[in-house]
Design a protein. Structure first.
Length: 350
């Protein structure tokens, strides 16, 4: 699964750089800065923070990062960076992938392995509901030091990522002296002041259309795998359309509800049992469905999903059950192949 995360990271880098200039550009702006594409206003001074830089990552200046700094002493400071960028498409794994990518990059700049625990939330008004994932954590950040080369300094940090229809809003904070409660308060202030729900209203999803489905190449090994995984993807679409509010679907898939994945897997296994003898199966396909059946029949689907998505699913009991599920997999001869992600559902926005 680490390979999967690394692949996601490399794919993300490819996508991002395809949208960027060859080099990022720091914009020289005096006074308030307005992000023209979304009309989001970034003042020079905000809630005790001084705007430090505005960086544009594409020629149209739609993909930007704005950094603020607050110094409480010579040694202590808090750095807040807000990113706004458009999306060409949105799929049910995108919010999860963005979180994975940050986790990967964070560990590349750390002197020890760090696991950041995701938390989930929503913002809503009468018209829209925005889903987001965030994390509060402590990490040792590497900084250049004249005498030691790289010096690692402990920081309290925050990451929050919001699905805003055709836009993504992301916040990163690192602080020498803010507590986690203070960082959460800062997150709430950012959400309110910078109008995340207004941002989400600019380009909502075309929910009058059924989402498209993309299958991984390994699914195409035989008819059973292709048809059963397609059944799973279609079941996911049905569950989301029936169980999410319209105002929620307009801004993103918000696919962090474990019941949507349970429903999808159950429909897939029903299809397999009904058509088990209809087509000749690749041995890997037979093995996959036998293992998934053992997981389901032993009541371990939620634990399987939690492991498959590295905890990036709304299942609070998952962490406490993780070790027991690992032992279950050993006892029941369940392979890592069951954790492969075989499909995405998506809307193309551009």
């Amino acid at each position: 699964m680490i390979k999967y995360i690394q692949l996601l990271f490399l794919c993300s880098i490819t996508i991002v750089f395809s949208q960027k200039r060859q080099q990022s550009l720091e914009l020289k702006v005096k006074g308030d800065y307005k992000h023209e594409a979304t009309q989001t206003l970034f003042p020079e001074l905000w809630s005790g923070f001084q705007r430090e830089s505005i960086t544009s990552y594409d020629a149209a200046e739609t993909n930007v990062g704005v950094s603020y700094i607050q110094k409480t002493s010579k040694k202590n400071k808090t750095v807040l960076t807000i990113y706004i960028y458009p999306k060409k498409y949105i799929d049910n794994q995108l919010l999860r992938d963005e979180f994975y990518n940050y986790d990967y990059a964070l560990n590349q700049n750390s002197n020890d392995h760090l696991e950041i625990k995701p938390l989930f939330g929503t913002l809503s008004n009468e018209n829209l509901k925005v889903g987001f994932v965030y994390a509060l954590f402590n990490n040792a950040m590497g900084q250049q030091d004249f005498f030691n080369g790289v010096k690692y300094i402990n920081k309290n940090s925050l990451l929050s990522i919001y699905e805003c229809g055709g836009w993504t809003f992301k916040t990163r904070v690192s602080s020498d002296d803010m507590t986690k409660d203070q960082l959460k308060d800062l997150k709430d202030k950012v959400e309110n002041y910078f109008g995340i729900l207004d941002l989400a209203s600019i380009k909502t999803l075309p929910i009058h259309k059924v989402p498209d489905i993309i299958l991984s190449s390994s699914v195409k090994r035989d008819s059973m795998m292709t048809k059963a995984i397609t059944e799973a993807a279609q079941a996911k679409i049905v569950w989301l359309s029936k169980n999410l509010e319209k105002k929620e679907i307009l801004t993103g898939f918000h696919d962090m509800k474990i019941d949507s994945e349970i429903y999808s897997i159950e429909k897939m296994l029903e299809f397999y049992k009904t058509h088990e003898n209809d087509w000749k199966m690749n041995p890997d396909t037979k093995k996959y469905f036998e293992e998934m059946t053992r997981i389901a029949e032993n009541g371990r689907l939620k634990d399987h999903i939690y492991e498959k998505y590295h905890g990036l699913i709304d299942y609070p009991e998952g962490e406490a059950r993780k070790a027991d599920y690992i032992q279950f997999k050993i006892d029941k001869n369940i392979s890592e192949d069951t954790n492969e992600i075989f499909y995405k559902i998506f809307y193309r926005l551009q």
